[in-house]
Design a protein around this ligand. Structure first.
Ligand SMILES: [Zn+2]
Length: 154
């Protein structure tokens, strides 16, 4: 994932214009191509970073373009946050009972499992994002209130 403009300049997303300006000057100075000669090989990418810093400043210095960019970021964050690879019903998960608690599991593509305990299910939500124990995949598990009651009557 590429760094967003705020990260690039090292400022918070709610930074003021002055803070952004200061950060831009510092970053532009640090990554200026003319300074490359004195930089180590690890910083060989500096011309690129310098260009990105310029681009970041170009967008963030203007309140209109900045708010457009903020909206774009907010949308991206929502997608980043929850990447649901599959939606299943709780019934589809295998239940292994341990001391009165049901451990639900469902196989993940990576070979590991998505796991939740029946006591973690929050009745009010009726749905839950479950992360795989090994990889970055998530599934959404849906259930209805009947599931909770079913356990009691088992
Ligand atoms: Zn996995």
């Amino acid at each position: 994932m590429t760094a967003n403009y705020y990260d690039l300049l090292g400022v918070k997303s709610n930074a003021t214009f002055e803070e952004i300006k200061r950060a831009y000057h510092a970053a532009a100075l640090a990554h200026h191509p003319d300074k490359n000669a004195s930089l180590s090989e690890a910083d060989a990418m500096s011309p690129d970073i310098f260009q990105q810093v310029q681009k970041a400043w170009g967008v963030l210095k203007n309140s209109d373009t900045r708010s457009t960019y903020d909206r774009h970021l907010a949308g991206q964050r929502m997608v980043d946050q929850v990447v649901v690879s599959e939606e299943i019903a709780l019934d589809e998960m295998a239940c292994q009972e341990l001391e009165g608690v049901c451990e639900y599991s469902y196989p993940c593509r990576c070979g590991d499992y998505y796991q939740i305990l029946s006591e973690d299910l929050e009745e009010d939500f009726r749905s839950m994002i479950v992360a795989c124990s090994s990889c970055s995949l998530n599934i959404r598990v849906d259930w209805d209130e009947a599931v909770q009651h079913k356990e009691e009557t088992l």
